[in-house]
Each structure stands twice: as C-alpha cells, then as structure tokens.
Design a protein around this ligand. Structure first.
Ligand code: A2P
Length: 317
C-alpha cells in the first residue's frame, strides 16, 4: 500500500496517484478502472485535460461495483485559467463535478498563476491573456475558499506557483492553500520551493515525474534529457531489481512529495504502484541529488507570447 501524506486538518492523501494529463478520453476510462482495481486510491485530473467525463465514468463504475467507496478515493481537479474571475470559479468547479458525476472533489487547485480571457481555452497570442489586475489571484482565491465552504471541494490549493505567487495568496487567505502541485523530478528537484512549502504547511505534488515524454512535440526542446534513459537512474534500478520509472517514483515518495505518474498501460500502471515497495539508500539519494539541472519539461512560454502581460519569470516567481 502506498504511503500517505497528512493535510493540516489531519486528512490523509495517498502519496501515489494516477496522472491523467495526456490520457486520451478513449483510453483513460480503462486506465482509471485498472488503477483502482490495482489499488490506486488517488486520481489526478483537470478540466483542461478534456477527459473528466470518462474519468468520472470509471470512478463511478468502480464505486457501483463495490471495488472502492467514494470516501476511500482521492480525486483532484483543477480550475482552468479562463475561469479566474471571482464569479467564474464555482461555475467551473460545478461543471467539473457534473462531468465527473461526483458531489465533491477532494482537492481543487488553481491550475496556473496566470489568467486567460474567459472565452479562450488556449492562447494563440499574447492578447488572449487577461492581466492579473483584471483577475487578481487573491480574488480567485476568495472564490476557491467559497468552494470549500460550500463543500464542493474538501481541500483547496494551487499548481505551478512559486514562493512569490504563493505569498500573495498566503497574505490575504482566510483558508491557506494546502497543496502546491508543480513539475518535479531528478532534473528539477525544486529544493527551495519544497522548503518554502514545508515551512508554510503546504504539501507538494510532483507532476511529470517520468519526464512526460508523451507531451506534444511543440512543448519539447531539442536534445532534451531523458529521465527514463538516464544512466544513474538505470544503475540504481539494476541495484534494486526495479525499473527506471519505479526508481523515479520511489525517489519522489522518499522525499515526502506526492507523485502522480501518468500511464494508460495496464502493465505500467501496476508497475508504477509497486514503486512504493522500494527503499532507496542514502547513497542512492545522494547520487540522484547530483542530477539536478533545473531542466523543465513543461515551460511557461505559452503564457508569455508576444503581447502577453506575463513573462515566464512572472509565472514561476
Ligand atoms: P504510457 O501511458 O503509455 O504508459 P509523466 O508521468 O512524467 O507525464 O510520464 C508519462 C509518460 O511515461 C507516458 O508516455 C507513459 O506512457 C510513460 N510511462 C508511464 N509509466 C511508465 C513506466 N513504468 N515505464 C516507462 N514509461 C512509462
């Protein structure tokens, strides 16, 4: 059984979840059912992934069949950037709940610290962005607090937030963010951000833990490093009679982060869950700590196109 992390009210979040970004609607239904049958109790999604109806169908089928009960399962979703205006947040969450056919999500996150014009799903140019003055993060957060008050989300948090953007919220929050979900893996270890989150009692979820090699080509850099082919990771995998993916997941668990590897393949879904059984040595952790190069597989350039009021520094600050 995978470990858990504890939220500030004592609730437990399963530390190993199934990621669903890039899982096509046609594949995610089977993937989520397989995962729940294998023992996953945490499913991570978002409205922008375009597959919440199928995720919801799979979850509800598993509940109806008695494989799992709703309260044993942790379901996360995320507010898309085009619904940051205060009056748009709860309707967006209600749409997600209707797609998932659930009464509540366990965790609702502000997906990015940037806003889009309400009618834009993905920006083709900088004009599609909405400056933060028109949709301040503090106002978006007030509506997130309201979502928690109404019981639509048991917990609330953010994603892709750096210390400065988190501080903006922390300074005025009535309910503090309980989670920050960010990219993290051996090439982007995020030690400073992790320490900041720990200090403020904010849990940290690591996304793209395997390097997201299935993301769109336009998001890829030339000659980018491959985590799954990294020599150090391979030699540690051999030492533990494990796979490179399992070492990457075990590393994330070992440093008390929550981790959400994505897979739509039944064998790999099972393989990834078994990572929780691997105990890395201090030497393994030291070897992996040397791989930190600050490389991001998910960069923020799309939010900082020509004419955008945001720079990439604004996104990560
Ligand atoms: P697939 O869905 O076909 O299994 P990330 O979680 O970093 O976004 O990475 C997801 C990518 O890693 C997908 O291409 C996924 O493919 C692949 N993947 C998931 N689990 C494993 C594994 N155990 N070994 C190799 N590749 C994996």
């Amino acid at each position: 059984m995978a470990p858990t992390q504890t939220l500030s009210n004592g609730d437990q979040i399963p530390a190993l979840g199934l990621g669903t970004w890039k899982s096509e609607p046609g594949e995610v239904y089977e993937a989520v059912k397989t995962a729940i049958k294998e023992g996953y109790r945490h499913i991570d999604g978002a409205s922008i992934y375009g597959n919440e109806s199928e995720v919801g169908d799979a979850i509800n089928e598993m509940i109806d069949e008695g494989v799992v009960s709703r309260d044993e399962l942790w379901v996360t979703s995320k507010l898309w950037n085009n619904a940051h205006k205060k009056e748009d947040v709860i309707p967006a969450l209600k749409k997600t709940l209707s797609d998932l056919s659930l009464d509540y999500v366990d965790l609702y996150l502000v997906h990015w610290p940037v806003a889009l014009q309400p009618d834009i799903v993905f920006p083709k140019n900088g004009d599609a962005m909405l400056p933060l003055q028109k949709a301040p993060l503090t106002e978006t957060w007030e509506a997130m607090e309201e979502a928690k008050d109404q019981g639509l989300a048991k917990h609330i948090g953010v994603s892709n937030f750096g210390p400065e953007n988190l501080t903006t919220i922390l300074e005025s929050a009535r309910i503090k963010p309980e989670m920050n979900q960010c990219e993290s893996h051996p090439h982007l270890q995020q030690e400073e951000l992790l320490a900041f989150c720990k200090k403020h009692d904010i849990l940290f979820t690591a996304y793209s833990p395997l390097g997201s090699k299935d993301r769109p080509e336009m998001m890829k850099a030339e000659n980018e490093p491959s985590l799954l082919e990294n020599e150090t990771i391979h030699s540690i995998a051999d030492e533990h009679d494990a796979t490179p993916a399992q070492i990457l997941i075990a590393w994330a668990l070992n440093r008390d982060t929550i981790v959400i590897p994505k897979s739509v393949n039944a064998g790999r879904i099972a393989e990834n869950l078994k990572s929780a059984e691997i105990t890395l040595t201090d030497k393994n952790m030291e070897q992996i700590s040397e791989l930190d190069s600050g490389f991001r597989y998910v960069n923020a350039e799309v939010w900082a196109q020509n004419g955008s009021p945001y720079t990439t520094e604004d996104v990560w600050k």
